[in-house]
Design a protein around this ligand. Structure first.
Ligand SMILES: Nc1ncnc2c1ncn2[C@@H]1O[C@H](COP(=O)(O)OP(=O)(O)O)[C@@H](O)[C@H]1O
Ligand SMILES: N[C@@H](CCC(=O)OP(=O)(O)O)C(=O)O
Length: 393
């Protein structure tokens, strides 16, 4: 088990080891894997729940499990299954109807996974998360402990977004992001995104029959964002969120594979190093768990506009952000909230946890740190954001 603020030494050693292997070999040696199964696939493109498909994926996961690999499932499909159970042919637009469909459908999903894993003598656990659960540090640590305990107990967690209670403010919105955050949370070695396409193409194959498959790339290659489009009718995020998920997963050193769940023995073959689908590789060693948590947060409470000097020291030296380098403050944030830092043209530079409320930050902006106490009557810290709580984007 790792400490709370840093990636475990063991994980760093594993990632160093991974760097010396090909990505496919590293996949074959993965000890902890998050398998995300998308709506487009699970619901057989809208024809109810693909029970036989789930049965086959579960068989493969059980075989990995028997080899000692820890597998965590992130499964979409609640809304689509709910729609089918309620006899609705079109996805409703109203929030409450979507929530109702998710509540009905999640039952069906859970039951289906439970039955199939039961055939292999494996116990499952249903975990429904909202973005809020992972953005509040205390709840994040709590979720991590619960998941680690389940994995240690050799239970297979089956995770989905808690669609019945989410509102737009606390929504992941797509399960690719959820899968990546779970991979971060558990320091998984690999994230397998199973979908209805063979992988990431250089254009959306639904619209461009000449599109060709990208077999391997660095997760943070900017070209990927350009080629990845939105999703189909059932899926939410399309390839755009899969690419973003791969970048998030890479922050904790996890490899991502995007592959078709309809390939025979897809999980078994990927986990034995076979080459198919799109492999997206982490470029860097994992970053500290706290920074990773910051990187995974989507909701910022405010914006600090930095001058050119501050942008320079943050991006080239990894320095803390001092009030003297801040030009403008927007938003109503409190001490400890997540804020974003932008340059004077509005370009996003960094995100971090701020040491002062918006009101107090506004009073010290542009000042050297030795004037903080005289200005506010107290000093919390000489930095507006300490470098340990700051992540450059
Ligand atoms: N460059 C691309 N390569 C492959 N698929 C793409 C690309 N851009 C957009 N897509 C779309 O992404 C869809 C898969 O995403 P999505 O529908 O969200 O599925 P899932 O539910 O599995 O997450 C594909 O059906 C395809 O139409
Ligand atoms: N949580 C939602 C799924 C969200 C979703 O469709 O995500 P994805 O499969 O990534 O496109 C559900 O269970 O219906």
């Amino acid at each position: 088990m790792t400490g709370e603020s840093a990636v475990s030494e063991q994980k760093v050693a594993e990632v160093a080891e991974l760097g010396s292997q090909s990505g496919r070999e590293a996949l074959a040696n993965a000890r902890r894997v998050v398998v995300k199964i998308g709506s487009a696939l699970l619901t057989d493109d809208g024809r109810g729940l693909d029970d036989a498909g789930i049965g086959r994926w579960v068989d493969q996961i059980a075989a990995l499990h028997a080899r000692g690999v820890e597998v965590i499932v992130v499964s979409s499909g609640a809304i689509a299954v709910g729609m089918s159970r309620l006899g609705w042919s079109a996805r409703p637009s109203g929030v409450h109807e979507l929530q109702a469909a998710a509540a009905v459908g999640q039952n069906g999903l859970t039951q289906c996974y439970e039955e199939h894993f039961h055939r292999h003598g494996l116990t499952t656990a249903q975990i429904l998360l909202t973005h809020d659960d992972l953005s509040n540090r205390k709840r994040y640590l709590n979720a991590r402990s619960a998941l680690r305990t389940l994995v240690d107990l050799r239970v297979v967690p089956v995770i989905n977004e808690n669609d019945t209670v989410v509102t737009d403010e606390i929504r992941f919105g797509d399960n690719d992001t959820l899968g990546a955050l779970v991979a971060n949370l558990l320091e998984a070695d690999a994230l397998l995104l199973l979908t209805d396409q063979e992988g990431l193409y250089d254009a959306d194959p639904r619209h461009d029959p000449a599109a060709s498959l990208i077999e391997e790339a660095q997760a943070d290659d900017p070209i990927l964002v350009k080629v990845a489009g939105g999703g189909g009718v059932l899926g939410r995020g399309g390839m755009a969120t899969k690419v973003r998920a791969a970048r998030l997963a890479a922050r904790s050193g996890a490899l991502t594979v995007i592959a078709s769940g309809r390939q025979p023995e897809v999980i078994t073959r990927l986990a034995s190093g076979e080459r198919f689908g799109t492999l997206l590789l982490p470029e860097h060693a994992p970053i500290a768990a706290r920074k990773r948590w910051i990187a995974g947060q989507l909701q910022v409470r405010g914006t600090l506009t930095l001058d050119a000097g501050a942008v320079n020291v943050l991006t080239t030296r990894g320095s803390s952000l001092l009030p003297v380098g801040v030009r403008k403050i927007e938003g109503a944030f409190k001490r400890g909230d997540l804020v974003q830092c932008v340059d004077e043209s509005g370009q996003r530079i960094a995100k971090g946890l701020v040491n002062y409320s918006a009101e107090d930050a506004g009073r010290i902006l542009g000042l050297p740190s030795h004037q903080i106490e005289a200005t506010l009557g107290y000093i919390e810290a000489p930095e507006l954001i300490h470098r340990d709580n700051l992540i450059v984007l």
